[in-house]
Design a protein around this ligand. Sequence first.
Ligand code: A2P
Length: 279
Amino acid sequence: MSGYIELSNGVRIPSIGFGTWQTPDGKTAEHAVSFALRNGYSHIDAAAIYGNEKGVGAGIRASGVPRERIFVTSKVWNTERGYETTRKAFRKTLSDLGLDYLDLYLIHWPANRKQFGNADEINLETWMAMTDLYKEGKIRAIGVSNFLPHHLEPLMETSVKPMVDQIEYHPGCLQDETVRFCQKNRIAVEAWSPLGQGRVLGDPELARIAAHYGKSTAQLCIRVALQNSVIPLPKSVTESRIRENIDVYDFEISAEDMAEIRAMGDFGGSGLNPDEVDF
Ligand code: A2P
């Protein structure tokens, strides 16, 4: 049903993923993930900090879909940066998910200079742990999240370059500079909150464009990412929305409408600047 994007190491990543941020652990996460996998998704985006990896893992098993047909991502949280701590966090994530390998592992946020005098050094150390886990065959691809070009640049000099950068991305927050940098350097871009956590769904202009295609505003937002070669990761715990968010392969937004959406400028963003956050 959905397509793929080929990462720089040849691994194929399904072009839409299922988001799990803010999905409660336990039966809710289990059901949402299992339902998604049985209804067209083959890519699950998880993270240790979401606090629901046990439920997500239970959902993967409950779906009955063979492990090798699912692309599973997780992320190392900010308190676990550094070499040994990252390796330990990776083992805990695998154990919570009940898996023996990951398809993709990401550094969740860059250490920033506001908090750390040696931020670049910390990021490199964390990256070395990711690189070694990758070389040991425990992860099929590695990358980062919320990294701006100046956070990515030092990692580009190492033996294994990041294959993915997952950033906030939706109409109103298209992060042109970071997307351009990544696409020029063969780093696939993933979109967290492709619906702006729901904030952009009430926008009348987006609603008008979506209606023109007989689609919902959520579907329009997901399609905007796809048409810019960005991998959207919509989250929902609602069955009808889970289905709706992957039903986006039967229309194409015109170049004119894409330009209009681009011209809408910034709105509906989370306001989280990776250089400014203090978590
Ligand atoms: P819920 O999980 O209760 O269905 P994002 O992926 O940008 O972070 O957005 C997630 C938010 O958007 C959640 O609150 C989710 O609600 C809601 N959502 C997901 N899909 C849709 C949809 N198709 N229509 C409206 N709201 C949606």
